[in-house]
Design a binder for this molecule. Structure first.
Ligand code: OGA
Ligand code: MN
Length: 292
């Protein structure tokens, strides 16, 4: 564990090459340019940053902080059937929550497990980052796990590296991160017919210029040009290699935690939790680019 003091802010590595905590800054106030640069550098190095003790941040303050990392992306389709944004004044902010009001879930993902994924990679333009702000956390469960996809690429056996160079993968748009079929989508029965964006299996991070394995999610993924059996076997090998426990870091939430992760070089998953307890996160996402 390393702690680097940078005038007022400190960066403490939390995991095995992924995850760090930033202390000494209140996100309710505008972040001074110097601190903003330190945060950006720490984020590029550690891929996931945690800011603790940020209770009482307003939605406007969360939006202001989020803009430090780029333009806000549109929010995913609302989970409820009204089609209205979670907060009328903040269409870029969504809730990740199991709370139900008047028979309608106020946010996405319920209390289920969310399998390993990177956010919204079924789109041509994929968000560079997602930010969660913990407002209510359940007494247990609901931990969020992260996996380092630079390490996944760097440590790939040479023969696999050679095999996947130049290959793309189809990222299924039909299901959400909890594996639920999206409204209006048909069940995929043959991954060769999966609908969604095609992205390179190896992408270059636009800021660090490092290569990362870019897998999206496993369900219904397909590598065009391969037989279905070959695609399944290759994807299974890549996934097994990528999400080894030693390459992961787990976030155990406290109220007031703000977490930002880089969707270009990490995967995440979430543990299920007791549906009779409450979990409420506010979420923003930062617009990114077309993976290359
Ligand atoms: C997300 C997500 C996990 C969590 O917001 O994209 O996967 O811990 N959330 O709620
Ligand atoms: Mn997600």
């Amino acid at each position: 564990m390393t702690t680097i003091a940078n005038e007022s802010i400190t960066v403490t590595a939390l995991g095995n090459g992924i995850g760090a905590q930033i202390d000494g800054i209140h996100l309710r106030e505008p972040v001074p340019p110097e601190a903003g640069m330190q945060i950006m550098a720490a984020w590029m190095q550690h891929k996931v940053l945690r800011f603790r003790g940020q209770q009482g941040m307003s939605t406007q303050q969360l939006v202001n902080f989020s803009k430090l990392f780029g333009e806000l992306d549109r929010a995913p389709t609302p989970a409820n059937k009204t089609g209205k944004p979670y907060l009328a004044e903040f269409p870029q902010v969504t809730a990740i929550s199991n709370i139900v009001v008047d028979g309608q879930p106020i946010g996405g993902l319920g209390s289920y497990e969310a399998e390993w994924h990177t956010d919204m990679s079924y789109n041509e333009m994929t968000p560079s980052a997602s930010i969660l702000y913990a407002i209510e956390v359940p007494p247990s469960g609901g931990d969020t796990w992260f996996c380092d996809m630079y390490a996944a690429y760097d440590k790939l056996p040479a023969d696999l590296k050679t095999r996947i160079a130049g290959l793309t993968c189809v990222h299924d748009a039909s299901r959400n991160s909890a594996g639920m079929l999206r409204k209006g989508w048909k069940e995929v029965t043959d991954p060769r017919e999966t609908i969604g964006a095609h992205h390179p299996l190896v992408r270059t991070h636009p800021l660090t210029r490092r290569k990362a394995l870019f897998l999206g999610r496993r369900l219904n993924a397909y590598i065009p040009g391969l037989t279905l059996d070959d695609s399944e076997a290759l994807l299974d090998a890549l996934w097994q290699h990528a999400v080894r426990p030693e390459a992961t870091w787990v976030q155990q939430w406290k109220v007031g935690d703000v977490l930002i992760w880089d969707n270009r070089c990490t995967l995440h998953r979430r543990d299920a939790f007791d549906a009779s307890t409450r979990r409420l996160m506010h979420r923003t996402q930062i617009a990114g680019d077309r993976p290359y």
